[in-house]
Design a protein around this ligand. Structure first.
Ligand SMILES: [Fe+2]
Ligand SMILES: [Fe+2]
Length: 280
């Protein structure tokens, strides 16, 4: 069973560009094509926030249209660039987005239970998990303490070593760690926000961030204080459940040459349905 994750798609209105430069909609269209072509097909796609760039109804309407061709169910997470009410209004078919004051919900139909958290603070770029949101998480996790579970949210609960990024902290992460560490069934905390693939140990499990479908945050470790972006290749993350654990593959979205036989160098076609289709 495969769960795909895309993140930080930052859709803007037609004719507008993100950061004054990036036309994000065609990048999302390529990501949708990639996910639809994957074999085995993902059972679900989770989009971990910064769904749009300013939070306007027009942006969410465009997002809805761009995600419509996805061949599998998709689940939305709010980021710091999102606004809850325009999001809910644009996705009336996603009733779980309106299940409480925050955009927090569980998806229970898959072999791995998905728990989605809302780290948004309206009007700010930092993140927060307040007492109410964390109480909700604790209750949900206590419902099924032995069921394989994955947590999805926008802001990661770890420092990166990139000083500009680390200023946009997630308050409440200490209590999040205390809650998560009480459970042995949490197979990962899967985040966005950083526009890069980064992993860190967290509360007895692993936490990681997903690249953007469009622009990536410039790799900068140390004291640099300038936030910048690069057009590094966009990527998604593919979380493969083998019945016991989740294994995450970072997969680039752009087309590239191959595959080639390692014996002959000839171009070959590889069918993976028969290999992976039997797994749970
Ligand atoms: Fe973002
Ligand atoms: Fe963000």
């Amino acid at each position: 069973m495969l769960i795909a994750q895309i993140s930080d798609i930052h859709i803007r209105e037609d004719g507008q560009r993100c950061c004054g430069w990036v036309d994000t909609a065609p990048f999302l269209a390529k990501a949708v094509d990639k996910l639809n072509a994957l074999r085995p097909s993902p059972s679900a796609v989770v989009v971990t926030g910064d769904l749009v760039d300013s939070g306007s109804p027009a942006e969410y309407a465009r997002l809805h249209a761009l995600l419509a061709p996805l061949a599998m169910p998709y689940y939305l997470v709010v980021g710091n660039h999102d606004r809850r009410e325009p999001l809910r209004a644009a996705f009336p078919d996603h009733a779980h987005l309106r299940s409480g004051p925050f955009v927090q919900y569980t998806i229970d139909e898959l072999p791995v239970r998905l728990v989605v958290l809302d780290t948004n603070i309206p009007g700010q770029h930092a993140g927060e998990l307040c007492g109410e949101r964390l109480d909700w998480l604790e209750r949900r996790l206590a419902e099924q303490p032995n069921r394989p579970t994955a947590i999805f949210m926008h802001h990661p609960p770890f420092k990166t070593g990139n000083i500009p990024l680390d200023r946009l902290d997630l308050s409440g992460k200490e209590r999040l760690a205390a809650i998560v560490s009480k459970f042995r069934n949490i197979h990962g905390v899967f985040c966005g926000h950083l526009h890069r693939a980064i992993q860190a140990r967290f509360a007895g499990t692993i936490a990681m961030t997903c690249p953007s479908t469009a622009h990536q945050v410039h790799l900068s470790l140390g004291e640099s204080s300038i936030m910048a972006f690069d057009m590094e290749p966009p990527a998604c993350q593919l979380h493969w459940w083998d019945g016991h654990s989740l294994v995450t593959h970072t997969a680039f979205i752009e087309r590239f040459d191959g595959p080639f036989s390692v014996q002959t160098g000839e171009r070959i076609e590889i069918r993976t349905d028969s290999i992976h289709g039997r797994a749970p």
